[in-house]
Structures are given as structure tokens and as C-alpha cells.
Design a protein around this ligand. Structure first.
Ligand code: NAP
Length: 292
């Protein structure tokens, strides 16, 4: 029941109408009998500063941040975690007694999803497609967990090079940025144990698109797609056809939400329940392209 002591958590972004985060978090609050509510607010770019000041003075417990505010939010916070600084963006904010601290739960969310499926990142060579928000977080997470080398393949090579340069300053590992073409894909994937798609290629409604030629998928490759709508992208379907192991984007989605839940409430999150809620929301057709 919502009453005068109900605590508010929210999402700010633009757009937010397709987000399934309210469904995931409210289901978790109900299950754990926590008197919290999670709402989504559409905040225009020019209103971000004002919105953050408003949330702070209302004393919200925290909030999630999504496109287009994940980088811009950083200048309005009192503190930022080392990991969020390393990644270069914030997706979760916690109100610590009036001081707003930014975190990024995407990197650990991706790692948890991979490790949930029984895969060890330490010592592995990893290829990441994309150098946007998801790509940056996943790349950081893989190196932090001990990936031995990283290939970043991005459509705009400069953006990939920029990310590789930044990561080399943080991790002394072999980190290479390559252009998005057949030659680079062949070279990087042939040396890798793990391939992670961090581009929106294959995302609803373009469900027949695939970021790489299926013939590059080997049986001994682990293939992860951060795209979670559809649940099984064409990349994952082709990987399964070839006997490769697969990790679905919905796992990362549920894990990043669970990590944020823990940061706000201090309570151990019901991860499997959150995963089930996300599954059924997506099966019911909730969540357009960018459902975060
Ligand atoms: P973003 O910041 O806009 O970055 C998109 C990246 O994909 C860029 O590197 C871009 O390359 C590349 N790209 C876009 N279209 C491409 C194409 N047609 N061919 C090749 N590369 C292309 O987006 P994002 O926030 O990283 O999100 C990417 C995807 O991850 C979305 O589908 C999003 O829903 C999903 N995601 C999932 C989770 C999860 O929890 N599972 C979390 C975050 C994001 P350029 O640099 O050349 O533009």
C-alpha cells in the first residue's frame, strides 16, 4: 500500500514510456515487502539540471538514468564511483543522506550474466562490437574481471580508438580497436573466446539483422548479445544453430537492475524474480527498442 512513508525511486530519460524497469523494480519491492515505489519520468535534455535538483530536494532514495542523460548527469552529482568514472557514464544514482552518488551497474550486470551461464572471463580474449554506452561498460567490465586481451570493433573507427586509448590508461592489457569490416571481424573473432554484440543491430523491429556473417561463429565461441528485444536475436539463433554457447541480453538487464536495487535498498535483490518479470514483460510485447 502506498502511504506517507513510501519511498520514491525513479527513472529519468527521454523517452521512458517503453521502459520495463518500473515493472521489474516494483515487482521486487512487492516480493521483498519494501515500502518503495518506482516511477518513470520523461526529462528533456534542457531540464536535466532542474530535474536532478528537484529529486534531491524531494529526498528520493535514488534513480536510474537512461538515454540521453547517462553522461550529462555526471556534472550534477556530488560524487561518482570509480567504476562509473572508468566507464565514463552513470546509470544509477543513490541519495546518500542528501549527497547524490553516481554508479554504473551495466559492467557488473554483463559480467554477472556471463558468469551466471557458467563462463569465466578471466584469461579470455574478448571481442566487443560497438563502442557506445553499452560497449564502453562491457569493455570496462571484461578488463576489470581479467580478460587477457580485447578487440573493439566499431563502425566509427575514431570512437573505437578513443575507447581503446582510454582503457589502455586503466589496464595494461592488449587492447585493439579495429574498423567494422569483414577482415577485422575475421581476425578478432578467430583469436577470441567470447564475442559480445553491443550494437543495436538485430533489435526490434529489425529482427532479421545480424552484425556479423554467421559463418564466423565457431562451435567453441561464447556469443553474448546485449540486445534483449527480441529475447533471442538472430545472432543468438545463428550461434545456437552452430552449437556455440549463448548468453541473452535479458540476463544483463535483470542483473544491472538487481545491482541498482541493492544499492538503493541495501537488501539482497531477488534476481531470479526480476529476471522472470523482465521475461514475461518482453513476451507480452512491453518495451520497444530501448526498454531500459
Ligand atoms: P549507443 O550508445 O547509441 O551505441 C551504439 C553503438 O552501436 C555505437 O558504437 C554504434 O557505432 C554502433 N552501431 C549502431 N548502429 C550500427 C550498425 N547499423 N552497424 C554497426 N554498428 C552500429 O547505444 P547503447 O546504449 O550502447 O545501446 C546499444 C544496444 O544495447 C541497444 O540495443 C540497447 O537497448 C542495448 N543495451 C542493453 C542493455 C542490457 O542491460 N541488456 C544495457 C544497455 C544497452 P557508431 O559509433 O559508429 O555510431
Amino acid at each position: 500500500m502506498i502511504d506517507a512513508s513510501t519511498r520514491l525511486i525513479c527513472l529519468i530519460g527521454d523517452p521512458v514510456e517503453h521502459s520495463i524497469s518500473p515493472l521489474i523494480h516494483n515487482a521486487a519491492f512487492r516480493l521483498m515487502e519494501l515500502n518503495y515505489i518506482y516511477l518513470a519520468f520523461r526529462v528533456k535534455k534542457e531540464a536535466l539540471n532542474e530535474a536532478v535538483r528537484g529529486l534531491k530536494s524531494l529526498g528520493v532514495m535514488g534513480f536510474n538514468v537512461t538515454i540521453p542523460h547517462k553522461i550529462a548527469i555526471m556534472e550534477y552529482l556530488d560524487e561518482i564511483s570509480e567504476e562509473a568514472i572508468g566507464i565514463g557514464s552513470v546509470n544509477t544514482v543513490v541519495n546518500h543522506k542528501g549527497r547524490l552518488k553516481g554508479y554504473n551497474t551495466d559492467a557488473q550486470g554483463a559480467l554477472n550474466a556471463l558468469e551466471d551461464s557458467g563462463f569465466e572471463v578471466r584469461g579470455s580474449v574478448v571481442t566487443i562490437l560497438g563502442a557506445g554506452g553499452a560497449g564502453r561498460a562491457v569493455a570496462y567490465g571484461m578488463l576489470k574481471r581479467g580478460a587477457s586481451a580485447l578487440y573493439i570493433i566499431n563502425r566509427t573507427l575514431e570512437r573505437g580508438l578513443e575507447l581503446a586509448n582510454r582503457l589502455r590508461q586503466l589496464f595494461s592489457r592488449r587492447i585493439e580497436a579495429l574498423p567494422f569490416n569483414l577482415e577485422s571481424l575475421r581476425e578478432a573473432i578467430s583469436h577470441s573466446k567470447v564475442l559480445i554484440n553491443c550494437t543495436p543491430v538485430g533489435m526490434y523491429p529489425n529482427i532479421d539483422e545480424i552484425p556479423i556473417p554467421p559463418s564466423l561463429i565457431r562451435k567453441d565461441l561464447i556469443v553474448m548479445d546485449v540486445v534483449y528485444n527480441p529475447l533471442k536475436t538472430r545472432l543468438l539463433r545463428e550461434a545456437e544453430k552452430r552449437g556455440a554457447k549463448t548468453v541473452y541480453g535479458i540476463g544483463m538487464l535483470a542483473h544491472q537492475a538487481a545491482l541498482a536495487f541493492k544499492l538503493w535498498t541495501g537488501v539482497e535483490p531477488p534476481v531470479n524474480h526480476m529476471l522472470r518479470v523482465a521475461y514475461s514483460a518482453l513476451r507480452r510485447g512491453k518495451g520497444g527498442g530501448n526498454a531500459r
